[in-house]
Design a protein around this ligand. Sequence first.
Ligand code: ZN
Length: 158
Amino acid sequence: MALRTIREIGDDVLKKPCKEVKEMTGRLKVLIDDMLETMYDADGVGLAAPQVGILKRIVVIDVGDGPIVLVNPKIVATDGEQTGQEGCLSVPGKCGDVTRPNYVKVVALNEEMEPVEIEGTELLARALCHEIDHLDGHLFVEKVIGKLREVTYEDEEE
Ligand code: ZN
């Protein structure tokens, strides 16, 4: 396993739509392991493949309940609304308020290419929406209500 370089806002790779994964390969398994390691190393709750420069529909998430690996994820249901602070490893030092559904249901494949279904509320719902947006070339900064803020010490403690 190895840490990958996290691409930052301004890098064109973050604006491009990602391709569906047709088959799992050894290379993609290494990518997934590296994405998890890179996410944990950066203290993130999620990471999408384009953030490490790979235009494939793969995301990893861990909101504190263990790692979730999603291949070709699709949001199939949403409910409610939540507005809260969001940040991104590709937009270091900044955060802003974004409105997301309070509940989402996602269908995807796991790293064995088996179908999985995942439901999330609150932080997990937010992370699912945020990471899946990356796969379509979108960053949270496009959705921020008001202005981006500098992350302060207090924000980090939340
Ligand atoms: Zn992000």
